[in-house]
Design a protein around this ligand. Structure first.
Ligand SMILES: CC(C)(COP(=O)(O)OP(=O)(O)OC[C@H]1O[C@@H](n2cnc3c(N)ncnc32)[C@H](O)[C@@H]1O)[C@@H](O)C(=O)NCCC(=O)NCCS
Ligand SMILES: Nc1ncnc2c1ncn2[C@@H]1O[C@H](COP(=O)(O)OP(=O)(O)OP(=O)(O)O)[C@@H](O)[C@H]1O
Length: 291
């Protein structure tokens, strides 16, 4: 392989990794983001703030290029997933070391790692943007069965594992195994449709859009299926009132932000999916320009 070709491959991995970092910084920068950390509020989190997320993003940034690098080659989809899982566990360790044990981006890391590798593989195989979802499904096929349906009553169960035993909710694993449908079948188009708004308002509007449908294990773990349904219902009401496109919608979002802090409600899963939405928006624009 000529030097030039090697340079082009790492150049693509670097570009993809950069889109992930840009998307993560956009996600934490928007406000008012009900229950979430932002530059003006720590939301429903006592153990982290805006700078924890900047620190965490920068600690993880190199890994997104490495996840993409793993997708640039002839490895099978399953081999790619195995490789990035190992890398992701190292990344998670580095995140926790930087945040002194606080979970800032566990979900985002998992979703974004898979997404970076899948985008790289699609580009390597000269596939169309719309084939990326299929690659994600092939990479993660069987993860719910392999990781959740063989659980026993171990002491050290993770939040997601505990929730599966309690409520049969598949959470983030179910989302990736289905090919991140929240993004590909809903929030990417939803985000594009509100391009008339400012970047900040577009992000918040899309966050509320996602909160209408996300089976968020962050909410479930802290509360109950009833509270999760309440969050979805409230988000639907806000979107029906125009969300960030109308004064009444904005007022309702401000009220929800105050309520979520009082009630310790954090839609962390929706926040992760917002980050992934922005990531795929940036990737689609890039791939359109590159063809
Ligand atoms: C698979 C992981 C994330 C599962 O962890 P866990 O069981 O604790 O998941 P849990 O259900 O608690 O969710 C973790 C986070 O996902 C987000 N999330 C929750 N619900 C959803 C949802 N429905 N959709 C998307 N994201 C969600 C939240 O931010 C939540 O905090 C993790 O253990 C893991 O394997 N990480 C290391 C490997 C890695 O990150 N690799 C990167 C490339 S594969
Ligand atoms: N802006 C944000 N603010 C807060 N959480 C976010 C944000 N963006 C993404 N998240 C996600 O939400 C999760 C944080 O939620 P939470 O603090 O409930 O997790 P936890 O530490 O597992 O649970 P707990 O703190 O209740 O013990 C992280 O996994 C992260 O992926």
């Amino acid at each position: 392989m000529s030097n030039e070709e090697v340079y082009t491959i790492s150049d693509t991995a670097f570009i993809i990794g950069n889109f992930a970092v840009e998307a993560m910084l956009y996600e934490v920068a928007c406000y008012p983001s009900p229950g979430l950390v932002s530059p003006v509020s720590n939301g429903a989190h006592k153990d982290m703030n805006y700078f924890s997320f900047i620190d965490s993003t920068m600690a993880l940034s190199k890994y997104f290029t490495l996840f993409a690098q793993k997708g640039l080659g002839d490895s099978s989809y399953k081999e790619i997933f195995k490789g990035i899982r190992r890398l992701g566990i190292d990344a998670e360790k580095e995140m926790f070391a930087k945040t002194k044990g606080v979970n800032t981006h566990k979900g985002m890391l998992f979703l974004m790692g898979i997404s970076c590798a899948a985008v790289a593989k699609a580009i390597y195989e000269k596939r169309d943007f719309h084939e990326i979802q299929h690659i994600i499904k092939m990479m993660t096929k069987g993860i719910v069965k392999e990781e959740l349906s063989t659980l026993d009553q171990r002491e050290d169960l993770s939040h997601g594992e505990r929730l599966y035993l309690r409520h049969k909710i598949t959470g983030i694993r179910g989302e990736v195994e289905a090919g991140i449908p929240t993004v590909f079948d809903f929030s990417l188009d939803f985000y594009k449709a509100c391009s008339h708004l400012s970047i900040n308002d577009r992000l918040i509007h899309t966050l509320l859009g996602i909160m209408q449908i996300c089976d968020d294990s962050t909410i479930l773990y802290r509360h109950s299926p009833h509270v999760l349904e309440e969050v979805k219902e409230k988000s639907r009401e806000i979107i029906a009132n125009g969300g960030m496109q109308t004064p009444v919608g904005k007022e309702k979002i401000n009220e929800l932000s105050m309520k979520f802090i009082e009630r310790n409600i954090s839609p962390g899963g929706s926040a992760d999916l917002l980050g992934v939405t922005v990531f795929f928006y940036l990737v689609e624009e890039y791939m359109k320009k590159s063809t």
